[in-house]
Design a binder for this molecule. Sequence first.
Ligand SMILES: O=c1[nH]c(=O)c2[nH]c(=O)[nH]c2[nH]1
Length: 302
Amino acid sequence: MGITLSGDQYGKAENRVVRIYRDTPRHEIRDLNVGTALRGAFTEAYTVGDQGAVLPTDTQKQTCYAFAKEKGIATIEQYGLDLATHFVDTVDPVSGARIEIEEYAWQRVLVDGTEHDHTWVRRGQETRTADIIVDDSDGTRRTWVIGGFSDLVILKSTGSEFHGFPTDKYTILEPTTDRVMATSLVAKWRFSTVYVDWDAVYDDVKTIMVAQFATLQSKALQQTLFAMGSAVLEAHPEIVEVRLSAPNKHHFVYDLSPFGLDNPNEVFHADDRPYGLIQAAVSRDDAPDAGPAWIPQRTWLT
Ligand SMILES: O=c1[nH]c(=O)c2[nH]c(=O)[nH]c2[nH]1
């Protein structure tokens, strides 16, 4: 019987790297969760337990912390590029590196109406993400950068419809021309270049998506997602693909008739589960190949 090893990668997941910039009395903070995954000539580690080629996951972790000082963390995209390039360029058996980063945002507290120099509260909005992949496995350097965010919780209290759907004997959902639409959006966007003003593009992509969600008279969450992705592609030539995953956080109009009360879309039951899960990728027709870019480390098996 032939037995083949494939798809192997190894690294250190969820390195919690916090970098404080304290060169002036006004400190800055970057708070990250960093995953590394290396690919390359590691077959003997699996088949016969030979560690001769295996850069320890502990070393990968130490590199994440050392780079936070040596290279700094200007943006998570640049920090990820620094790490991925380092592993591929300087560690012999490594032909590919994947760096996955989440950034937790902090907001300065106000003391007597003034922003404090070195105290923050966690900012409750979305988590910014970046996935950086450098691959040399066929002798040609290829780099992918995917920006994104998770858990952008957003709700509109009107401007959303859902009707015209097929019905069968199990359908009880009533069509509606006015409902609450809410989601906790996960979005990722793939760049075709690394020459990007990462912070400016991030802010603009988020602004575009939020504006689309707010202003589109939506016939379904599906339509909203496509509009969001398309608007980003139209505004940003350096982005070639947008992927969106949106739980439909249902808000059901609560039946107040037992109490003799009418309820014209005023009181809702926010149901946490089950939820519809609407997902889509929106890409340019001429988007370059995504290669391994969309295969995440921690959900490798799914
Ligand atoms: O925006 C929606 N899309 C659906 O596919 C769907 N299905 C459903 O029951 N409600 C909704 N809402």
